[in-house]
Every structure is written in C-alpha cells, then in structure tokens.
Ligand binder design. Structure first.
Ligand SMILES: Nc1ncnc2c1ncn2[C@@H]1O[C@H](COP(=O)(O)OP(=O)(O)OP(=O)(O)O)[C@@H](O)[C@H]1O
Length: 798
C-alpha cells in the first residue's frame, strides 16, 4: 500500500509523526463551530494496543517494539531482523518512529473504557440525528473484531452502541414495522403485506439462531444463553447520551439494522437466510446512488429490532453467515470488510422526521501480499483488500491535501472502491467518522504495524466538516462527487454539472439516480437545464465531428498518396520486368538468327565444296596468274620508262607512240581487271579454305568420336567372343560326356544282351523284373537303381 512519505530529514534517529503539529493536543477533541450550524474537527484516530497472548510470549514476540509514552504518544522501536531495522542499518529510514493519536489505549484498557472514550460523542450525535462511522483498522490478529464486537464477557463497541440506543429509546420504541429506511437517507411506508414480509424475515432469522442454539445446547457447547450482552456488562450513564433528553420523551424511535460484508469488491448481505445453505452461491449486491450523491446497497435486508436481545441474535446470525461463507470459500473472515449499520428513525405522529445512521466497519487485515506470500485467488483477494484500503488512504490523503490548501480541489477517488463509495457521504460532511487503529506488539509483524501507523497518521490529518442535517423533505437532492448539490433551488448548477458530467458520472451504470423522487418543479427546471446542456453538447459534438472528419480526410489523403506511390512503384517494377523479358527474347532471336545464318553458311559451303586436289590446282593457277600479273607490271613500268624519254623527231614518231600507249593502256586495264577477278577468286578460295578447314576439324572430331565408339564396341565384341568361346567349350565338354555316356549305354546294352541270352537258357524270364531292368538301363538317371538291380539279378548265381 502506498502511503505518504513520512521521512523526517531533520530528525537524527527518530521519526516523529505528529499530525497535530498545527494545533496543540488540547484542541484535538474540540470542534470548531462554523456558520450555518456546521462544525469542523480533525478526524479522531484512536490507537488500541492489544495484550500479548501466551503463545506470543513463549515465541519471544515481546521485544519492546511498542512503547506507550503517554495517552497520546507512542514510540515504535524496530526489532532486530525487521525490514525497518535492516533499512535503518543501511542508512535508509529510522529505527524509531513516534506517533501521536487522539487517544491511546494500552493492553490493560477495558472495553467499557474504550467505548466511553471513543464512541460516546458519536453515540450522542447518532441519537441527535447525525450520522456516525467507526472503522477499525489494523493487521490480522490485531484486535479489530475484539474492539468492534468483543466477547460475551467483554462486549465491544457495537453491542454497547446498540444497548445505549435501546436505553435511550426506552419506552418510546415505535412498535410498528411499517416505517422502514429507504435508499440511503429516506424512509418509506410499508403496507400490511410488506409488514408481514418483514416480520417473517425477522422470524426466520431468529428461528435459525434458535435452531443453532438448540443444536449447541444438545452438543454441550451452549453459548447462546450468554451471547446477549447483559445490561450489567454494558454499563454507562444513559442520561449522558442524548443531547436533548426531553426530545426522547415526546418522540418515538424505530431501529433498523443491516449487516453486510465486502469481499473481493463484491457486497454480500449477511442477513440473507439462504447463506446458511451450503449449496447455494451467494448473490452479490449492487452499490447504487440514491440520486442525492449517497451510495446505498441495493436490496440489502434491513431488520427492525426492538430489543438488545434481538439485535444480538441478528449479529449472531450475520457472524454465522460470515464464517459459513468464509469456510465455503476457504477464506478467513478477516479478508473481508464487515459493516454493521444501524438506522434510527425518529417518528413523530407516524411520520419519519429524522433518520440517522451509525456504521461500524471491521476492516480486513491490512497486511500486504508480499508479506503473506499469496498466489492466484488469494493474490486477487489480497489485491482487492489492499486496493480498497489503498483507495481509503488515497481519499484521506486527497481530503487532507484539499483541506490544507483551500484553493486546491483535487480529485478524491471515493468511487474507486465499494468501501469508500459507501462512506463518501460521511467523509463529505454528512457525518462524523473516527478510526480505531488496532495493533499488536509482536516483533514479527512490526513492519506491517508500522505501515498501519503511517496510514493512521494520514487519517488523523483529515478535517471533517459536519453539517447539521435537518430532515426537511424526503426528496433527496442531487449532489456531485464532491458532495456539493447539483441542483440549487430547483436550478441546475451548470458549473457543478459540468464537472459532474466531465467525470462521466451520469453514465456510471451503478449510479442509478431515481429521478422520480424529484418534485415536478425540480424536474421541469432540470429538463430545461438539460436541454440547454444538450444544445451545448450537440455544438461540442459538431465541432468534434468536424475535427474528426478533417482528421479522417487528412488520413484518407495520406492513404491515397501512399497507395499511389505504391502503385507507381509497382508499375515501374512491372516495366522493368517486361523490359528484361523483351531483351531476353531479343537475345534468343538473335542467337537463333546467328545459328540459322551459320547453318545456311554451312549448307552453302557444302554446296560449294571443292575437292582438295582441285583446290590445289586452282591455287597453282592463281600463282601462275599472279606471276603473269607481276611480269606484266614490270613490262608496263619499262614501257613507261621508254615513253618518258623524248625523241628528236617527235612529229614523225608521235603516232606510233600513241598507238603503243593506248595498247599498253588497254593491256593494263585488262590485266587489272583480270587481277581483280583473280583476287576476288583468291579471296573466295581463301574463305573456302577456312570453311573447309573448319569442316575438316569437325569431321576429324566426329571421326574421333566414331573411332572411340568403334573401339568401345570392339571391346564389347571381344568380350562376347570370349564368352561364346567359353560356352562353345562347355558345349563341347557336354557333347564329349554325352558321347561317353552313349558308349557306356552301348556297352551296357551289349552286356544286357549277353545276359539275356544266358538267362533264356537257365530261367524263364520274369517279365516284371526284366521290364524294370530295361527301364533302369534306358534311364541314365536311374543308373544306381540299375546297378542295384544288376546286383540283385547277379546275386542268385545259379
Ligand atoms: N484488548 C484485548 N484484550 C484481550 N484480548 C484481545 C484484545 N484484543 C484482541 N484480543 C484477542 O486477540 C485475538 C485476535 O483478535 P481479533 O480476532 O479481534 O483480531 P482481528 O484484528 O479482528 O483479526 P482478523 O483481522 O483476523 O479478524 C482474539 O483472540 C482476541 O480475543
């Protein structure tokens, strides 16, 4: 739980947390009256230190951790091994902490003394028609329940408050049940049927308690007869309670009580009879708003009680339900916050003229989850407990800060937990709250105890402004989160409503304000104001819409631009892809054309193929022609030389010379033409030679391949030949053997013939035997049988 940092840098070895620094101790109990009947005072925070149990003493838990200096100051001394001591040894924080309280109750202080000193003033307020809240705070096993409820012999605050109330009411009890609390601060008339229902609900509870008592009596565990605190055990002066004793005499009073718990942020009614049934699941109740800023538990059961005994039975029933539910859920009752609420209705002439409320809240153990090593459900549960206590702490811190700085109006998170939501009204001036901090002195729980003390230090700084609360009308008025009314004289306070709306409170599902409770005038005014608000809201929405549309338009434009860019990129990529494909296709065609050209050239070559001999002959011819050309060239140059020498008789020699020159010219031209033709032929031939050489190379390659193939085949042939030779030899061998066998058969036949001749002389032949012999002889495979028969036959050598 995060609390305010209380480190006091100025102090050397002791940290003093005296929240009354601003006012001396004597002013603590005093309340300052404000104009308009309101009063203000800091919240009363009491400390109760429980005595050690025998077990704790034997476990050496007594290490002088808690030292009560006087009735208002206590010092906490960190024991060895505690986290606080370890931190202080490291130089972080202190080992001694001093705290001051409104009043401190040591281990020896009796319950009655605690009641007298703590609750009495609130009790008076309650009876005077004001609201009161007492909550006990502390770690598990610190004595919270003991302080609130107490034991049979030592009744706690609650039975004492009840008893005091009944003593105050005395004979002025309103016996009828037809006036019942309604919502948070109102009352309603019940018809006879509803009264019957109320009576039967009450009877059910009492019957259930009686049944339980009978059961315990039979089992010898009877405690019921003494469960009700007797008046003797609750002793105080009745006359001191009422501020105006004469008032009690003229009016009648009805007391209604409710008992519920908050577990895991769910509210459960502890006075529902179904809770005792093991099979049924508990139904949680909703926390609603009564339309006047007061939270109330919807469908909570309220029981009208007439005596302390009845109240005690109701308390017993609720406690039984609480422990039954806790057992069913495998939890300890200390994990829930239990709240017992009393509502005192002042009735004059069958009209409720005033309602006051007194709640006693036994908070869940404040230990933190790291200490208790909780997991899963337990962790959630611990989280919820700690969360509601944390919110309680936050609310107090915010209240204190707002009060310390009058200009400050920071948010108070009452609505963040069920607990604070329910007590918001009390903290906002509709009642007086006080806190009883319970601690044990055990060394093992020192760190948690210190934590509790720090929390209480914050609570003690909260200033409460308690307004006088006359019950002028049963119609509630709407108030905002801060407790200020939203409707003033039937007109909506726009500023208050503005902040109310800004916090979305009207939309809170759980805050179901019942507008039907408003008067017609208020409703009309409210509608008018709401219409104005609606127009303003519409305007705001329109601006909002325009902004959203603009934002959407910008976003769309951006999207379009991005998609266009993407499309352009895709087109570019496609273009590049096609270009590449085109180039590949072009290259393919180029290759194909080249191949084709080459093929055609090859075909041409084949067509123009000239045998090598012809070619050599042609080359010889070319050579001869070349020779001729060079000779002619020599001749031409010599002729030119001749022409260049002038003759004496030029005139007579000019004609023959001209004709010679023309002839030479012609010759030269012809020769030149011939030369060109020959050169072209030569070139062609050269080309032919090149292609032929290439062809020759190809052919040589092919020839080589063919030769390789041939060699391979001839090897295979050789192998085959070898194999056939081997087979031939084996065939010859078989033939030879056959011939030998044939010879053997022939000799046997001859022998048989001889034998037959002999046997025909001595014996009459036995056909079966002979036939067998024949068979044996003719079948070479049965030669062994034949031999056997031969033996058989030869044995009787007659
Ligand atoms: N002032 C006291 N004098 C004598 N006994 C006490 C006192 N305070 C507490 N005890 C005993 O200490 C034990 C624990 O007290 P109690 O159950 O009230 O603690 P608690 O804080 O309510 O625990 P939890 O959070 O688990 O409910 C009980 O046996 C109770 O009777």
């Amino acid at each position: 739980m995060s609390m305010i940092n209380l480190t006091n840098e100025d102090s050397d070895d002791m940290q003093t947390v005296d929240m009354d620094r601003t006012c001396d101790a004597s002013t603590l109990s005093q309340q300052t009256d404000l104009p308009g009947g309101a009063a203000q005072q800091t919240m009363r925070v009491y400390l109760r230190v429980r005595p050690f149990s025998k077990e704790e003493l034997s476990d050496k838990e007594d290490q002088d951790c808690v030292e009560i200096e006087n009735s208002q100051t206590v010092t906490l001394n960190a024991p060895k091994g505690s986290a606080t001591m370890k931190s202080s040894e490291k130089g972080i924080g202190m080992s001694l902490h001093k705290f001051s309280f409104s009043q401190i109750f040591g281990p020896e202080i009796m319950q009655s003394e605690v009641f007298e000193a703590t609750v009495k003033s609130q009790m008076t307020d309650f009876l005077d028609g004001k609201n009161a809240l007492i909550f006990s705070y502390g770690v598990t096993n610190a004595g919270k329940t003991y302080t609130i409820q107490g034991t049979l012999k030592q009744p706690g605050i609650l039975p004492r408050v009840l008893d005091a109330t009944f003593q105050y009411i005395g004979a002025n009890l309103y016996e009828g049940m037809d006036l019942k609390p309604y919502l948070r601060n109102d009352a309603q008339y019940l018809d006879s049927d509803q009264v019957k229902q109320e009576s039967s609900a009450k009877a059910d509870i009492f019957a259930s308690v009686k049944e339980e008592c009978d059961r315990l009596r039979v089992s010898g565990l009877d405690s019921c007869s003494s469960t009700r605190p007797s008046s003797s055990s609750l002793s105080y002066n009745q006359t001191e309670l009422a501020s105006n004793p004469t008032e009690a005499a003229s009016s009648q009073f009805a007391l209604w009580v409710a008992f519920f718990e908050i577990y895991n942020e769910c509210v459960y009614d502890l006075l529902q009879p179904s809770l005792c049934s093991k099979s049924k699941k508990r139904a949680s109740l909703r926390v609603c708003d009564d339309g006047a800023g007061n939270a109330y538990v919807k469908d909570l059961r309220w029981i009208n009680i007439h005596t302390l005994g009845e109240a005690s039975k109701v308390l017993q029933f609720g406690n039984k339900n609480r422990s039954a539910a806790a057992t069913k859920m495998n939890q300890s009752s200390s994990r829930s916050h239990s709240i017992f609420t009393m509502k005192l209705l002042k009735i004059d002439d069958r009209t409720v003229t005033r309602i006051s409320e007194f709640s006693l809240c036994d908070l869940a153990g404040s230990e933190r989850c790291n200490k208790t090593k909780t997991f899963g459900e337990r962790l959630k549960e611990a989280g919820n407990i700690n969360n509601s206590l944390l919110i309680l702490g936050k609310c107090m811190t915010a209240l204190r800060n707002n009060q310390a700085d009058g200009m400050k109006n920071s948010y108070i998170p009452f609505r963040e937990s069920k607990l604070t939501k329910l007590f918001q009204a009390v903290f906002c001036g509709k009642g007086k709250a006080s806190m009883i901090v319970n601690i044990n002195q055990c060394a093992s729980t020192y760190d948690e105890t210190l934590h509790v003390m720090k929390f209480s230090a914050v609570a003690k700084q909260v200033v409460q402004v308690i307004r006088d609360k006359p019950l002028k009308s049963l119609a509630p008025c709407l108030v905002g989160r801060d407790g200020k009314p939203l409707v003033k004289n039937g007109v909506i306070d726009t500023q208050a409503l503005e902040s109310f709306l800004s916090e979305n409170e009207l939309l809170d599902e759980e805050d179901e304000a019942d507008v039907s409770l408003l008067s017609q005038n208020e409703l009309a005014n409210m509608i008018e104001s709401l219409q104005t608000k609606l127009v303003a809201e519409r305007k705001k929405n329109l601006v909002h819409e325009i902004e959203i549309r603009k934002e959407m338009g910008d976003a769309m434009q951006q999207l379009i631009m991005e998609s266009e860019e993407l499309r352009n990129r895709q087109v570019e990529e496609l273009k590049e892809g096609f270009q590449e494909k085109l180039e590949n296709t072009f290259e393919m065609y180029k290759d194909a054309i080249k191949k084709h050209a080459y093929q055609s050239a090859m075909n041409n070559l084949e067509d123009n193929y000239v045998p090598v001999d012809d070619f050599i002959a042609e080359q010889d011819k070319v050579e001869t022609l070349k020779q001729k050309v060079s000779e002619l060239e020599c001749l031409t140059s010599s002729i030119r030389g001749l022409c260049a020498v002038p003759t004496v008789d030029q005139s007579c020699q000019t004609q023959p010379y001209k004709s010679t020159e023309a002839a030479v010219d012609d010759q030269r031209k012809r020769l030149y033409r011939e030369k060109c033709a020959i050169e072209s032929i030569c070139e062609d031939k050269q080309q032919l030679i090149i292609s032929l050489e290439k062809r020759l190379k190809d052919l040589t390659g092919t020839l080589q391949k063919v030769r390789d193939g041939f060699l391979e085949k001839s090897c295979e042939l050789d192998d085959l030949q070898r194999k056939s030779n081997d087979q031939r030899k084996s065939m010859e061998e078989i033939l030879r053997q056959n011939v030998e066998k044939g010879r053997e058969i022939a000799s046997l036949k001859a022998e048989l013939a001889k034998f037959s001749q002999k046997s025909s002389v001595f014996l009459k032949p036995k056909h079966g035997l002979l036939a067998n012999i024949r068979e044996a002889v003719t079948s070479p495979r049965k030669s062994s049988t034949g031999r056997l028969l031969r033996k058989t036959v030869s044995t009787p050598q007659y």
